[in-house]
Design a protein. Structure first.
Length: 158
């Protein structure tokens, strides 16, 4: 009998806890998800940077890595559709006041990554260099307005 009663009690308690914490958990999961998307963009861009800077014999990989960034950019609008700017995130609240601008900057990154892929395939070093510069600038253009600077990053608080 007691076990049945405590089972009921437990189920009730679990239901209350779950209903109270689910939205918060979902928000945290969303923030974590979009940070992974950005980390993926950063990983691909970092690999391209390593090839170019250290002149690694991996020129053929540049186009594939740049195209992966373009594909990843397609997931950004939905990932940032929830106005979550509290807690462990460096996303500035201004994103959700200026969503059109934010999405335009995302599209600029997408186009710059496709231009870089195209340049890399054609293989003219001067054109690749310029495309590389435009590509890097497309990150900074969005981060400048919509990502907290390092000094204010939640990562400083950990
Ligand atoms: C349209 C806007 C936008 C563009 C374009 C953009 N970013 Fe970001 N990026 C953000 C925002 C906003 C965050 C903060 C996300 C958060 O903490 O919730 C971020 C975070 C990051 C992070 C940290 C991810 C983590 O693990 O927390 C990296 C790395 C990064 N961006 C790299 C890049 C690179 C490299 C590019 C260009 C190829 C780029 N980003 C282009 C908006 C952008």
């Amino acid at each position: 009998m007691t076990t049945i009663r405590s089972k009921f009690l437990f189920t009730g308690l679990a239901a209350v806890l779950l209903s109270a914490s689910l939205p918060v958990l979902a928000n945290e999961a969303y923030v974590g998800y979009r940070q992974k998307i950005m980390a993926a963009v950063g990983g691909h861009a970092g690999a391209i940077g390593a090839i170019v800077k250290s002149k690694l014999p991996e020129q053929d990989a540049i186009a594939a890595l740049a195209e992966a960034v373009a594909k990843t950019a397609d997931t950004v609008p939905a990932a940032f559709s929830h106005a979550l700017h509290e807690g462990a995130t460096d996303a500035k609240p201004e994103i959700w006041d200026n969503m059109d601008d934010f999405l335009t900057l995302n599209d600029a990154m997408r186009k710059a990554s496709l231009a870089l892929a195209d340049a890399a395939r054609k293989g003219d070093p001067a054109v690749v260099k310029k495309a590389m510069r435009d590509f890097s600038k497309s990150c900074g253009a969005c981060h400048r307005s919509y990502r907290k600077p390092k000094e204010e990053s939640y990562k400083q608080r950990r």
